[in-house]
Every structure is written in C-alpha cells, then in structure tokens.
Design a protein around this ligand. Sequence first.
Ligand SMILES: Nc1nc2c(c(=O)[nH]1)N[C@H]1C(S)=C(S)[C@@H](COP(=O)(O)O)O[C@H]1N2
Ligand SMILES: [Mo]
Length: 200
Amino acid sequence: MRDVTDVHEEFDGERLPPGQHETSSFPVLSKGDVPSVPADSTLDVWGAVDDERSIPLETLEALESERQRQDFHCVTGWSRLGCIFRGARFRTVADLVGTSEDAVHVLFHAHDGYTTDLPLRDCLRDGVLLAWELDGEALSGEHGGPLRVVTPHKYAYKGAKWLSGIEFLTERKRGYWERRGYSGTANPWNEERYVSDTAD
Ligand SMILES: Nc1nc2c(c(=O)[nH]1)N[C@H]1C(S)=C(S)[C@@H](COP(=O)(O)O)O[C@H]1N2
Ligand SMILES: [Mo]
C-alpha cells in the first residue's frame, strides 16, 4: 500500500492543515441527493486527447490499481485522516487515452451535474485516484460509489463523486464550486478556500 499522508511535507505544513479539525466519522457532503448511476455506466473521456473513449467501469477496475492511505480535507473544516482508497491512478487513464500536447487543464463531470476543475499537472500526481473502494469495502453511494476522484493534496471538493466523465482542456473551465467563489487552487496548507484567498 502506498502511503501519501506525508503530502503536507511538500507544502511545509502539519499533517492537519491550518483551520481544520480531525473527525473520526466520515461526514457526507453533497450538493443534492445521491444520483442513480446505471449499472452499465461508463467513464467518458473526451476533449484534448488522442483517443476519446467511453470506458466501462469493469474495464477501468481491471486496469492497474493501487491501495493508498490518504487524508481527506473538506473546505468546511473537517479532515478525516488515514482513509484507505483503492482505485486506478488518474495518470493510468490519461496514458490510456493519450493527452494532446496542448492539454493543460481538466474538468471532471459527475452524474449529479457536479463539476470541478484542476490543472492537468495536479491530476497527474500519484495520489489522484479514480477510486471504487474505501476502507476495504465497495465505495458507498453517499461517498460517491461506484466511482469517485480523490485529491489528497487539495480540498476535497476537487474530488468528484459519481464520476461520469473527464474532459481534457486547452484552457481552464471552472467547475461548480469554482464558479461560486471557491478557490481554483484549493491548497489546504495555504488555506486557499475562496477566490479572495488566492490569485484565481
Ligand atoms: N458529484 C459530486 N462530487 C462531490 C460533491 C458533490 O456535491 N457532488 N461534493 C464535494 C465536496 S464539497 C466534498 S467535501 C466531498 C465530500 O465527500 P464525502 O461526501 O465522501 O465526504 O465531495 C466532493 N465531491
Ligand atoms: Mo467540501
């Protein structure tokens, strides 16, 4: 198992980022109800890629996967330390479709209409997983099953639950919360919560 709970060292911070408190439960935070995700759903990948694809979830789960220990920081102030996720790395999927030379940004799409965006380089890190397992069990619906993104180096709104698509972009498009004033960069150790905290 890969342990990425040391990611705070890269940002010269403590394991618990400033202004966060630790919770042992795993709260659920969604903008609406849990959407129904069809059993035969696919992960659609399009935009600035060589090979646009609709990947059946069972194909995705047959790719090389990894178990990781990660911390999870919600922008509203709670952190759950030491979550064990299993999933495929974002990078594995990027390699599968081949990213165009001018791809610089990514917009994640979800079955509840949620979107969130990140620079491509932030998505290619080891810790960014398309996850289907949490703490040894299939990811529950409320936590984003069957497939969600986790981004341990960012506030958790960067991790789309009920992932339906990945759009590769040549320039930034903003996601759901990013259009409503949340930080584009979302670094928990710099407390980049709202746009006024950051450059963008
Ligand atoms: N599709 C979707 N993904 C989402 C959200 C959402 O509303 N819809 N909320 C985000 C927010 S703000 C957080 S903190 C985490 C919460 O994940 P959890 O409910 O598993 O704790 O999911 C993120 N991903
Ligand atoms: Mo959040």
